[in-house]
Design a protein around this ligand. Structure first.
Ligand code: ADP
Length: 624
């Protein structure tokens, strides 16, 4: 650092003065970003020399290791950063550090003035003045540099960031740039090595060159996403995934690609095997981290992925955003919308491939993230068909662990079948209780089993698949043909008499009473009317909206069932018999029990006990 030339004094151009004034006098919300800016500049300088080394034979210090060294001393409150990058000549220092190269700056400053105190300093980086952020934390900066050009001299630049800067020639034996300063008292924390390491891990962990803090290497992980896919092993990718997510399992699957065109970016995206901790609490947490040329900008930007794909984790790196871009600017940027579109298409394609190539993995995906994913149908109209194709459902023809797509279901449909049958339920097990399934099971019609709460909302949005409407087997209008007409059932006249009695007893509690085609084992069942909702959907709607009014149901009666035939016989014999009404009450109660809808269990038990009393009395009489 010997002085070998005379010191020249320069005045900052007006714009810089203004800018420096703002930086120094504004309370900056993230003073730590000066470290990010300095490292980013050093990394750029190293990238440039790495390229020059390949193309130019004659450069200064050709063997120097490409690295960034930071040394801090809490006692002296000093901060020092040095790189072995491309360096600057004297005229470069004047033109690049002393003036503002970017034409937008003047406008930027004009806006700031009009805006008064409300300054978004995050925008500063947009104008290529990141270096000046050091004046937030210090009163005087010294920069010493020597260009890679063999004949260039060393230069020292020094400024208090107010009016002037000084330049002098110095002896500097090697290539690269050194910047050092003493921290203002209120920012002395940045001379603590641990604090500095923490900041580097946050913003600069993937910088290509080793960064040392007081001689200890801090960044350990490569920015794999910027490498070619072929140059990265599966092990490296899994290691990287574990590093960024803290997951201890490898990812279920990953995508590594780059995009060039209107927008340019590199992406390395993961589908976790199971939802990460906190997943259900904080949906946006660290979905995708945004980088600009390997330097971290932000996580959890809600605009980068549609909500239904937020299970994806990973990194996206684009030079299209400057380092200091603000969250609001990103959010409203057309670039981010374009990125979102591309990512969505890529992820949907990836899921399709996974579904074709690895069913086991794909089912895991559906089990863990299917509910969230399905929600896409409600918001992403453009991709609705793609999402529908990617859905998988359990079905009555498949065993517990298997699932089917709608396409495969359709390929298995019976010849006479015109609609896709489905049933909504809490769980597959609870279906044993649903009498409405009896006909379909007996006649081998496949029924999709939908057990996610969201299914009640999405089925109506699917509407139909391949021209075949989806129909709930719990609805009255589901298409049922009995193959063989049952000869064992009640005569229409008797049946009608019985239905009238049912209606009299049940009154307003049912919409109608009619003969059932769908029952095999059970005497009666409730079904939803044409314009009504099936019982499971109603349950869900009731949860969503407390004031939701459930619709009245239709009671269907199995006129071949022995109990039904017995009541009909009793009715014919003596229509004043009160036991008939109790049995009808009991049958109706049972349908409510099966739907899990019984409001007054005491009444149910009382009625049942009366019936039991009558039955036992009859048996005793017979025995006597
Ligand atoms: P930006 O990096 O956004 O262009 P800066 O104000 O941070 O804006 O830096 C201005 C210019 O100064 C850089 O573009 C670069 O040419 C030069 N510069 C800054 N730091 C270094 C460095 N460590 N080595 C070489 N050149 C540098």
């Amino acid at each position: 650092m010997n002085e070998s030339g005379h010191r020249e004094e320069f005045e900052f151009v007006a714009e810089i003065k203004q800018l420096l004034n703002i930086i120094i006098n504004s309370l900056y919300t993230h003073p730590e970003i000066f470290i990010r800016e300095l490292i980013s500049n050093a990394s750029d300088a190293l990238q440039k020399i790495r390229f020059k080394r390949l193309t130019e034979p004659n450069i200064l210090s050709p063997e120097a290791e490409l690295r960034i060294d930071i040394s801090v001393d809490p006692q002296a409150k000093s901060f020092k950063i040095e790189d072995t990058g491309i360096g600057m000549t004297k005229s470069e220092v004047i033109s690049q550090i002393g003036t503002i190269a970017h034409s937008g700056t003047a406008n930027f400053l004009k806006n700031l003035k009009n805006d008064g105190t409300n300054v978004d300093l995050n925008l500063i980086g947009k104008f290529g003045v990141g270096f000046y952020s050091v004046f937030m934390v210090t009163d005087e900066v010294i920069l010493e540099t020597r260009s890679y050009l063999p004949n260039a001299k060393g230069v020292r630049w020094k400024s208090n960031g107010i009016e002037k800067y000084y330049i002098e020639e110095i002896e500097r034996p090697h290539r690269g740039t050194l910047i050092y300063f003493t921290l203002k008292d209120e920012f002395k924390e940045f001379s603590d090595a641990e604090k500095v390491k923490e900041i580097i891990k946050k913003y600069s962990n993937f910088v290509d060159f080793p960064i040392y803090v007081n001689n200890e290497k801090v960044n350990t992980i490569d920015a794999l996403w910027r490498k070619k896919k072929e140059d990265v092993t599966k092990e490296e990718v899994e290691e990287f995934y574990k590093f960024i997510t803290n997951d201890n399992k490898p990812p279920l699957s990953y995508m590594h690609f780059s995009v060039e065109g209107n927008v340019n970016f590199f992406a390395l995206l993961f589908i976790p095997e199971t939802p990460p901790p906190q997943y259900w609490y904080n949906f946006f947490e660290k979905s995708i981290s945004l980088y600009s040329n390997k330097i971290f900008i932000q996580d959890d930007n809600p605009e980068i992925l549609p909500e239904y794909l937020r299970f994806v984790r990973g990194v996206l790196d684009t030079d299209d955003f400057p380092l200091n871009i603000s969250r609001e600017t990103i959010q409203s940027s057309p670039i981010i919308q374009k990125i979102k579109q591309i990512l969505t298409a890529k992820i949907l394609n990836h899921l399709e491939e996974l579904s074709l190539n690895d069913t086991e993995k794909y089912f895991k995906f559906i089990q863990n993230f299917g509910q969230i994913f399905k929600g896409g149908i409600t918001i992403d109209y453009g991709n609705k068909d793609k999402i529908i194709n990617l859905l998988r459902f359990q079905s009555t023809l498949l065993n517990d662990n298997d699932m089917t797509s709608l396409k495969d279901y359709v390929s298995r449909m019976k010849e006479d079948q015109k609609v896709i049958y489905y049933v909504l339920a809490d769980s597959r097990d609870s279906l044993i209780r649903n009498p409405n399934l009896e006909y379909f099971l007996k006649n081998n019609y496949e029924v999709l089993i939908m057990t996610d709460p969201i299914d009640a909302l999405i089925v109506p949005l699917i509407g139909e698949f391949d021209g075949k409407p989806l129909k709930s087997i719990d609805k009255v209008d589901v298409d049922i043909k009995k193959d063989t007409e049952d000869t064992d059932k009640l005569e229409p006249e008797t049946a009608n008499m019985l239905f009238e009695r049912f209606k009299k007893v049940l009154g307003e509690r049912v919409l109608n009473v009619q003969e059932s085609k769908r029952l095999v084992e059970s005497p009666v069942t409730l079904v939803a009317p044409y314009f009504g909702q099936d019982p499971h959907s109603e349950k869900i709607f009731k949860i969503i909206d407390k004031n939701y009014q459930k619709s009245k149901k239709i009671l269907e009666v199995n006129t071949s069932h022995p109990i039904i035939k017995n009541i009909a016989a009793l009715l014919k014999k003596d229509e004043t018999n009160q036991t008939i009404d109790k049995i009808i009450e009991q049958l109706f109660f049972q349908t409510l029990v099966l739907e899990g809808e019984i409001d007054n269990p005491a009444e149910y038990v009382k009625n049942m006990n009366e019936l039991l009393k009558e039955i036992t009395e009859v048996i005793i009489k017979q025995d006597n």
